[in-house]
Design a protein around this ligand. Structure first.
Ligand SMILES: Cc1cc2nc3c(=O)[nH]c(=O)nc-3n(C[C@H](O)[C@H](O)[C@H](O)COP(=O)(O)OP(=O)(O)OC[C@H]3O[C@@H](n4cnc5c(N)ncnc54)[C@H](O)[C@@H]3O)c2cc1C
Length: 502
C-alpha cells in the first residue's frame, strides 16, 4: 500500500481489495489493477491523470449499488473509489448544500436533518451513494411531494479528461448563462459513469439564493403515519389478485397530478412471488399534513375495499421519520445477494394483457423464490411539475415505477434459472410493445439508475425503440453533445453509456 497525493492505492494482494471490488450485486466482481481511494478533488484529478497517462481505463465508484457491471467489467484497470469523500456542509458562497460525491444516502439524510431540519427526495436504500444516485435523477419517499433530487440540483463539480488527454476540473451550475450549463444539465438524469468523476454536488431548490440554509431544501417530515397492509396469496385467484393491483394503480391515476393532495402519500406495493406466501403495501404520509389520517384512510380504502379481498392485516402507526421509518425501510435484499433487475415507467395502470402476465409469472408454480418480486413505487405528483427537457429525465407524466427483480440468490450456479425467470416475466408484460416498455399511453421507457443491459440486446428488445430512447427519449442527442464536449475520448464508458455523436 502507498499513500500519496493521488490517494490510497490498494492492489489485489491487499486484504481490503476484495471488499472494494464487490458491490451490492454479487453477480459482478471487478478485477482492476488497483483501487484508488481518494479524499479530495485534487487526488481525483491526480489519480485520473495518472490513469490517462498510462492508458489505463478508469471507472468511478461511490456507493457500489449499480445493478449492472458498470464499475466491474473486465476492461476496467483502475477503480477510483470516492467513499472517503462524504462531507456534507452548507456553502455560503453558493447558497447551497455541498455534498461530496462519495457520501451515502444515510449520511446525507442524517447530516441535513440534524444540522438544518431539511432533506432531499432521495432513495429508500441507505447504502446507495450520491455519486451514481443523483446523476441518474434520484427519487424516493418524498418525490411525489418534492420532485426528483435533480430538481434541487444547483451545481456539480466534475473532473474530466479533455481531447488532448489532460485532466480538468469544471464546476457547472444551473445558471442559464453559465458556459458549462449543459454539463450541469447532463447530471440531472444522464446517469453516472458518463462524463467524468463527480466530486461534489451542490443542492438547493429552484429560485434565488435562500435567506438561510433551512430554506434551501425541503423540510424533512418529523413524524409520519405509516400503514402496512399484508395480503396472503392463499385463496387469491387471478381475478382477486388483479383487482388489488388495479385498485392500487387506479388510485395513482387519480391522485398523481402535481398539486393533488395525494402527492403527500407515497407507497411501495411489493408483490412477492407466490412462494413467499404473502405480499405487502408499505405507505406513508407526513403526519403534519392537515388531514393526514383521513387522506391515508381514503388511500387504503381505495385499494382494499374495491377489491373484495380481505387483507391478512392492516397496521397503522405514527413513528419518527428519521429515527424509525427511514432506517427500517428497505425492499427485499440480501448483502451476499446476486440480482437481475428490470424496470419500467407507468403512465397509467397495466393493461389487461399486462395484468395477466404479472399474475402468471408471480404465481408460476415452476419457480420457487420468495424474494422474487414486482415492486410498484408511487411516482408522479411534483415529479410531473417539471418539463421533459428541463432536466435529462424526460419521464414527467408517469404515475408509478415498476421494478422486476429476481433477487436475491447466492449460488452462481443458479444465475441462469433466476435471470431466465425475470427476463421471461418482463418480456411477457411488455409483449405488446416489443418486450420492453416502449413509450405509449401506458408505458414510458425506463430509469437509467435501474440499468438493464438487455434493453440494448435485440434478442430482448424487439421494439423499434433503442435503449437510448427508452431511457432518455428526445433528450439523448443533447446528452451526446455534452459527451463530445467533456469526454471526447470516451474515457468513461459502460454497457449503457452515452455514445459520442456519429
Ligand atoms: C437496493 C437498492 C435500492 C435502490 N433504491 C433506489 C431508490 O429508492 N431511488 C433511486 O432513485 N434509485 C435507487 N437505486 C438505484 C441507485 O440510485 C443506483 O444504483 C445508483 O447508480 C447507485 O449509485 P452508487 O454510487 O451507490 O453506485 P455505484 O455502483 O458506485 O455507481 C453506479 C454508476 O454511477 C457511476 N458513478 C458512481 N459514482 C460516481 C461519481 N462520483 N461520478 C460519476 N459517476 C459515478 C458509476 O461509475 C456507475 O456507472 C437503488 C439501488 C439499489 C441497489
Amino acid at each position: 500500500m502507498s499513500d500519496d497525493s493521488r490517494g490510497v492505492t490498494i492492489t489485489p494482494g491487499d486484504e481490503r481489495y476484495p471488499g472494494l471490488v464487490e458491490g451490492y450485486n454479487h453477480r459482478f466482481t471487478g478485477r482492476p489493477d488497483y483501487v484508488r481511494l481518494v479524499r479530495t478533488t485534487a487526488e481525483v484529478a491526480a489519480a485520473l491523470q495518472e490513469a490517462a497517462d498510462a492508458g489505463l481505463r478508469p471507472a468511478v465508484r461511490s456507493g457500489g449499488h449499480c445493478f449492472e457491471d458498470f464499475t466491474s467489467s473486465p476492461g476496467i484497470r483502475v477503480l477510483i473509489d470516492l467513499s472517503p469523500m462524504s462531507a456534507v456542509s452548507y456553502d455560503e458562497d453558493m447558497g447551497a448544500f455541498a455534498i461530496e460525491g462519495g457520501a451515502t444516502l444515510d449520511h446525507v439524510y442524517r447530516e441535513l436533518f440534524d444540522g438544518w431540519g431539511v432533506t432531499i427526495p432521495g432513495g429508500t436504500c441507505f447504502e446507495v451513494g450520491v455519486g451514481g444516485h443523483i446523476a441518474g435523477g434520484g427519487y424516493g419517499h418524498l418525490s411525489r411531494r418534492d420532485g426528483l433530487v435533480v430538481d434541487h440540483l444547483y451545481a456539480v463539480e466534475v473532473v474530466a479528461v479533455d481531447a488532448s488527454g489532460h485532466v480538468r476540473t469544471v464546476v457547472a451550475t444551473r445558471q442559464s448563462d453559465d458556459p458549462h450549463h449543459d454539463l450541469w444539465w447532463a447530471h440531472t438524469g444522464g446517469g453516472g459513469g458518463n462524463f467524468g468523476v463527480v466530486t461534489r454536488y451542490w443542492l438547493r431548490s429552484p429560485g434565488g439564493v435562500p435567506a438561510a440554509p433551512e430554506q434551501a431544501l425541503p423540510r424533512a417530515p418529523r413524524r409520519i403515519r405509516r400503514a402496512d397492509v399484508t395480503w396472503s396469496w392463499d385463496g387469491l385467484d387471478e381475478k382477486s389478485f388483479t383487482r388489488i393491483l388495479a385498485g392500487y394503480t387506479a388510485w395513482h391515476e387519480q391522485n398523481s397530478a402535481p398539486d393533488s393532495e395525494g402527492r403527500h402519500i407515497w407507497g411501495n406495493l411489493i408483490v412477492l412471488h407466490r412462494s413467499a406466501g404473502v405480499f405487502f403495501l408499505n405507505t406513508v404520509i407526513d403526519e403534519d399534513v392537515p388531514g393526514a389520517a383521513e387522506l391515508m384512510a381514503g388511500h387504503l380504502a381505495a385499494i382494499t375495499s374495491a377489491t373484495g379481498v380481505q387483507p391478512l392485516s392492516v397496521e397503522e402507526q405514527v413513528v419518527s421519520w428519521m429515527d424509525t421509518w427511514m432506517p427500517s425501510y428497505s425492499w427485499p435484499s440480501d448483502p451476499r445477494g446476486r440480482y437481475k433487475n428490470k424496470a419500467g415507467y407507468l403512465r397509467r395502470g397495466f393493461t389487461e394483457h399486462q395484468l395477466a402476465a404479472v399474475y402468471r409469472h408471480l404465481s408460476d408454480p415452476g419457480y420457487d423464490n420468495p424474494m422474487a418480486c414486482l415492486v410498484l413505487t408511487g411516482f408522479g405528483g411534483q415529479v410531473n411539475a417539471v418539463a421533459p427537457d428541463a432536466t435529462a429525465v424526460p419521464q414527467r407524466d408517469s404515475i408509478l415505477k415498476a421494478s422486476y427483480s429476481a433477487g436475491a440468490w447466492t449460488d452462481p450456479a443458479d444465475d441462469g434459472k433466476h435471470t431466465a425467470w425475470v427476463r421471461a416475466f418482463y418480456r411477457d408484460v411488455y409483449a405488446e410493445t416489443g418486450g420492453v416498455p416502449r413509450p405509449d399511453d401506458v408505458n414510458d421507457g425506463s430509469y437509467i439508475s435501474y440499468p438493464d443491459v438487455d434493453l440494448a440486446d435485440p434478442a430482448w428488445n424487439t421494439s423499434d425503440a433503442g435503449w437510448q430512447t427508452l431511457y432518455y427519449k428526445a433528450n439523448y442527442p443533447r446528452l451526446q453533445q455534452v459527451k463530445k464536449t467533456y469526454d471526447p475520448r470516451n474515457v468513461f464508458r459502460h454497457g449503457l453509456s452515452i455514445e459520442l455523436p456519429s
